[in-house]
Design a protein around this ligand. Structure first.
Ligand code: 2HA
Ligand code: ZN
Length: 277
């Protein structure tokens, strides 16, 4: 099968295009990665080339040894992914030690994986362990309203979670564990990768102050839907704050408890306890 005909490749490119259309990816902003299933690799194996040298990842991900990822390329624009997948994206193979990777498909004009590769791979390792292998997609984007919130609210997981949950009823249903917040850091290196993966042990969303968000999920739809939901809620928060400093009414802590009962999910006890204070 041609790589571009594989269904995971089509879903990957569609997510990139959906994100671009929503304004989450100015210029070369954002990056996406997918941990490819063995059977999906088997279907395209004859299209892959294994002659390129291995390169250091910049961090260690031993549990991801010998796995394959589809990733967006550094400097590439999400705007172009749907039209030029083999140029803007690539498939990489992790070596047997989890310290190096090589490109086996794509980056056809000589590119390489996203500058956030260490963050993506460390977070794949964390979420793979935390979900028993269910999570396969890591998505980073730059939505305007959630970034705006990081100039106004304290860098506190419970405060961000409370405001996002309150801004739209669906939010506690979509991210009952809440969101983690990371103060401003230099992007692209191991430090931000480590800080993010600490948050992702608990959450499926990490907010990078003055930069964007990092989301994890089992499918492309669920992961994109999560980023979209967080940003929609942030937009409502920004609108409310633009109108007034004080809400006249809101969704209360007791309402969240009722909602969780009605929909049969468990809210983060840590966040609920922090909301009491
Ligand atoms: O430009 O978004 O965080 C790519 C990025 C880096
Ligand atoms: Zn970014």
């Amino acid at each position: 099968m041609k790589v571009t005909e594989a269904s995971f490749v089509k879903s990957f490119c569609k997510l990139a295009d959906d994100g671009f259309r929503l304004g989450f990816h100015e210029r070369n902003g954002g990056n996406l990665s997918y941990r490819i299933r063995e059977e999906e690799i088997a279907e395209i194996r004859d299209q892959l080339s294994f002659d390129r040298p291995f390169t250091a990842i910049g961090t260690e991900v031993p549990t991801l040894a010998d796995t394959y990822f589809m990733v967006t390329g550094t400097g590439q624009y999400f705007q172009n992914v749907l039209e030029k997948p083999a140029e803007t994206c690539g498939i990489i193979q992790i070596d047997g030690t989890g310290t190096q990777y090589r490109t086996v498909w794509g980056f056809s004009t000589g590119g390489r994986p996203t500058s956030e590769l260490p963050s993506h791979l460390m977070n794949h390792a964390v979420k793979m362990a935390a979900t028993g292998g269910k999570h396969r997609v890591i998505y980073h984007c730059h939505p305007a309203n959630i970034i705006a919130m990081t100039f106004v609210l304290p860098m506190d997981d419970a405060v961000f979670t409370k405001e996002l949950w309150e801004s739209m009823t669906e939010c506690p249903v979509v991210f009952p564990q809440g969101v983690g917040v990371i103060p401003w850091m230099v992007p692209g290196g191991k430090d931000i990768a480590v800080a993010t993966s600490e948050k992702m042990k608990k959450y499926d969303v990490a907010v990078w102050a003055h930069h964007g968000i990092f989301c994890s999920g089992d499918t492309f739809d669920a992961t994109f839907g999560l980023a979209h939901t967080v940003e929609k809620s942030a937009e409502i928060y920004v609108k409310v704050r633009s109108m007034t400093d004080k809400k006249t009414q809101t969704i209360t802590r007791d309402d969240f408890i009722e909602l969780a009962k009605a929909f049969g999910f468990t809210l983060s006890q840590e966040i609920m306890a922090a909301m009491k204070e």
